[in-house]
Design a protein around this ligand. Structure first.
Ligand code: ARG
Ligand code: ZN
Length: 876
């Protein structure tokens, strides 16, 4: 078998044949579904009439093939594992085919498959080729008419994209439904769902006064878990009208919840399909974080109707065109709906942990990659989240009004087309008049840029000189980097006044909060008329996705923590201050010397806990220490044990020094109001629960009593899960075991709650975790074929820093075992699961070699192209 080969952006060719209309008929059967297709096709004028027709098709059993009604014989076409080639076709014709597929054995969950008995599809990126022979590429857009035939009893509900136009009974207990989608779309947006589903219905009246029917389809037991998704959908529809002037364009919008799904959700036209974990909520089964996540994902998929569906991508290298823009849109929506500073803090904190790690590892790639082997490996934090940061910079650079006019132009000019990132940025350049040519490098260069900043105050001249130097480290395949255009939002905070000082740069008055543009490798910015010595507040609101180094003293950080006018940077100053203390403690742990807690951190926390509280949600974030994963990112070589010990030491020192303050905060924020996922309640719960975490870190009797009472009160899942986690992660088996048992028995019937039960157990720091993972893999609620289960048990275990990285290498071996098994069943999930092993270069030599051994072991297997690509890169 030859190794899988990459495809290159530079090889892009427009399609030789387009499809103007697609007619599909599905005769559903678990093991033998028949798919009839009738494609109206036309040759593009630019190509010669000798150009063969090449269609994609994989795992299809061909039954028959005809052109304009005339059957083709074996001699008329060539067929291999991936393609169907018909050397001679007319300029305009209809291609009729029939194939057979087997949804019940489709464990890859791409194309048409079964999930708890129902049929559903996932076609993005290249799943449609597992359904029928087709030019499976996003720049071929057609209208679709789809007929679904199923069993009246087992599939009473038959759904597809667009509007229902016909339905009726057939012989032998069968029935059919026909759907028409009038909007031309690429086949990756095709969807079909059939099964015993129940719906919740609502309506939305659009800005032009049209009535849209909204439906959420679920299994019967989940009917009581749809309210929040429905409310989120209506808020999203209103927000897109108000913010972007975008209206929904069909009379029906459907969401379906399925339990087996590789990703979060999918924006199929008019028929979004969701992982049940990304849509179902109930106060007793879902946490605040899940409620917020569901709101964001519902919005994300809905927003794709314009940024993705009406205007789509020319090819998959442009994936961030729709994903980066849509993530930016959903982030802004969530910021508007909840606490904006907290949304930013959470997004950035995740970004700096996970995307920075990706950008520093062997799978680093640009926001627009220039080659790939397997596109499903590129649904990454770089494409999505860094892509969103790039769009955010663009928006800040041209200003909202120009950005909005640019978006209008983009949607109008390219409606119904498949376009490129240049087309998008071009609209922004057009409406703003800005030169964005240097900015385009953000799309082409991988790696996280680092800025070394240095400042000096000249008392005599009242000047502040700020020097910024940028560099982007080499990444695989990109050794030299060019300087980027980096917008740095900043202020100078006066050390006497504690206020932002007026900024005058080269004679120009900028106000108190301004953006300076770093374009060269090194630039010095001279601020004049600076009346007092300032502390610079740099990269406010995380104005660019970079690492900023400034030699702040702990006193300066403590000062910014209380005085910075930018909420994000106040939080960041706290994180930096904690990091300095953690660095000392990590060193102490390694050197075997006694750990001493930095009193300045305790004082900073005391002020936070006792001062006036303006935003409880922000306060909860400020009281949260950097995660072990984030701390690890900051170390040259990751020492998992030292990091864990240092962070625990800080938590316990804070809890001992501020026990009364934490207890008071806990008491002050208890509430027995009925649960609602409102920003106010969520903020109050986070603050209460973070206080409880500190109290539990010293396991004193009162804290344990609080924790057990909160668990027993069973008021809502946020509080129950938090209390359960603290009990299970404590060192006391007498607390852990009974709580776990009670919870597991109570929720045995609910798969999404059992996912949480798995995760809580395998993320505990105690050393019995690996054996527990092995034991839980045999649990009836676990299934290796269900991606949510794999993520909840195996994925979560691989995030357990101390236990996954055990020095006997058994954690790595366990992960490799699962990867090898999943490589056969579900290559997309297998490839994702390897990620922690790909980061071997960050660890000590012993662990490096243990991790590489497992990668080598995986490499010996007959690999899917997904796993092959990741392992190759990791070992290169
Ligand atoms: N477009 C979807 C979203 O961002 C993701 C689908 C990815 N599918 C996949 N099989 N990788 O919402
Ligand atoms: Zn998306």
């Amino acid at each position: 078998m030859s190794d899988p080969q990459p495809v290159y952006l530079s090889d892009y060719q427009p399609p030789a044949y387009r499809v103007t209309h697609t007619e599909l008929t599905f005769d559903l059967d678990p093991a033998a579904t028949r798919v009839k297709a009738r494609l109206l096709m036309e040759r593009n004028d630019e190509v010669s009439d000798q150009t063969p027709l090449v269609l994609n098709g994989e795992h299809l059993a061909l039954i028959s093939l005809a052109i304009d009604g005339t059957p083709l014989t074996d001699a008329d076409y060539q067929l291999n594992e991936k393609n169907l080639c018909i050397p001679k076709v007319p300029a305009s014709f209809s291609l009729e085919s029939e194939v057979e597929i087997a949804p019940s054995t489709n464990t890859a969950l791409e194309g048409l498959y079964q999930s708890s008995g129902m049929y559903c599809t996932q076609c993005e990126a290249e799943g449609f080729r597992r359904i029928t022979f087709y030019p499976d590429r996003p720049d071929v857009m057609a209208t679709f008419t789809v007929t679904v035939i199923g069993d009246q009893e087992s599939e009473p509900v038959l759904l597809a994209n667009g509007n229902p136009v016909d339905s009726g009974k057939l012989e032998n207990g069968r029935h059919f439904a026909t759907w028409e989608d009038p909007h031309p779309k690429p086949c990756y947006l095709f969807a079909l769902v059939a099964g015993n589903l129940h719906k919740v219905e609502d309506r939305f009246s659009t800005m032009s006064g049209r009535n849209v029917t909204l439906q959420i389809w679920v299994e019967k037991d989940n009917l009581d878990k749809t309210e929040h998704a429905m409310a989120s959908l209506k808020r999203s529809m209103a927000w897109d009208e108000q913010t972007y002037g975008r209206e929904y364009d069909l009379d029906l919008f459907m969401i379906v919840a399925v339990s087996d799904f590789n990703m979060g959700a999918m924006e199929n036209k008019g028929l979004n399909i969701f992982n049940s974990a990304a849509v179902l909520t109930h106060p007793h089964t879902a946490t605040d974080a899940t409620f917020q996540n569901v709101e964001g994902i519902v919005a994300h998929e809905y927003f794709h109707n314009w940024s993705g569906n009406r205007v789509t991508c020319r090819d998959w290298f442009q994936l961030s065109l729709k994903e980066g823009f849509t993530v930016f849109r959903d982030q802004c929506f969530s910021a508007d709906t909840n606490s904006a500073p907290v949304k930013r803090i959470q997004d950035v904190s995740f970004f700096r942990t996970a995307q920075f790690a990706e950008d520093a590892g062997p799978t680093a790639h640009p926001v627009r990659p220039d080659h790939f082997i397997e596109i499903t490996n590129f649904y990454t934090l770089t494409i999505y989240e860094k892509g969103a940061e790039v769009v955010r910079m663009l928006c800040n650079l041209v200003g909202w009004d120009n950005f909005r006019r640019g978006a209008d132009q983009y949607f109008e000019r390219f409606d119904g087309q498949a376009v490129t990132i240049e087309d998008f940025v071009g609209c922004m350049a057009d409406t703003s008049g800005e030169d964005l040519s240097q900015f385009m490098r953000w799309y082409a260069q991988a790696g996280t840029p680092e800025i070394d900043a240095h400042g000096e105050y000249d008392y005599v001249k009242s000047e502040y000189h700020l020097t910024l130097r940028q560099r982007t480290p080499a990444t695989p395949g990109q050794t030299t980097k060019q300087p980027l255009h980096i917008p740095v939002r900043m202020g100078l905070v006066g050390t006497k006044s504690g206020q932002d000082l007026a900024l005058t740069l080269e004679g120009e008055t900028l106000g108190k909060d301004a953006v300076i543009n770093l374009r060269d490798n090194e630039q010095t910015f001279v601020f004049t008329e600076v009346a007092e010595a300032p502390v610079p507040s740099l990269l406010r609101d995380f104005s660019a996705p970079v690492k900023l180094h400034f030699p702040y003293s702990r006193e300066e950080l403590a000062f910014l923590l209380t005085h910075d006018s930018d909420g994000f940077n106040r939080w960041d100053a706290g994180q930096r201050l904690a990091m300095l203390a953690l660095d000392d403690l990590i060193a102490a742990h390694r050197n075997g010397v006694e750990k001493v807690m930095d009193a300045r951190v305790i004082e900073a926390f005391r002020i936070l806990l006792t001062g006036p509280v303006s935003d409880k949600a922000v306060l909860a974030e400020m009281l949260t220490l950097p995660s072990e994963a984030y701390i690890a990112e900051q170390q040259p070589i990751v020492d998992v044990d030292a990091i864990h010990a240092a962070r625990e030491f800080v938590r316990q020192s804070l809890a001992l020094a501020l026990r009364d303050e934490f207890a008071a905060t806990f008491e002050a924020n208890r509430s027995d109001e009925p649960y609602a996922p409102t920003p106010e309640q969520i903020a109050q719960r986070s603050l209460k629960n973070i206080a409880l975490s500190y109290l539990m870190s010293i396991e004193e009797e009162q804290a344990i009593a609080f924790c057990q009472a909160q668990f027993a009160a069973d008021h809502n899942m946020t509080d129950v899960r938090h209390a359960l986690t603290l009990l299970v992660h404590s060192d006391r088996d007498d607390l852990s075991s009974p709580a776990l048992k009670a919870f597991g028995e109570k929720w045995a019937h609910d798969p999404l709650v059992m996912d949480q039960w798995f995760t809580i157990q395998v993320t505990r720091p105690q050393s019995d975790v690996l054996e527990r993972v092995q034991f839980l893999m045999q649990h009836p609620a676990f299934s290796i074929k269900n991606p949510n289960k794999v993520r909840a048990l195996i994925g979560a275990f691989a995030q357990n820093r101390v236990n996954f990285h055990r020095l006997d290498g058994q954690g790595y071996a366990l992960l490799a075992d699962v990867v090898i098994e999943l490589n056969r069943l579900n290559p997309e999930i297998a490839a994702r699961l390897i990620t922690p092993l790909t980061r071997w270069q960050r660890f000590d030599e012993t662990r490096q070699s243990l991790m590489r051994t497992q990668l080598e072991r995986i490499k010996q297997e007959p690999l899917s192209s997904n796993v092959y690509e990741v392992v190759e890169k990791a070992l290169a």
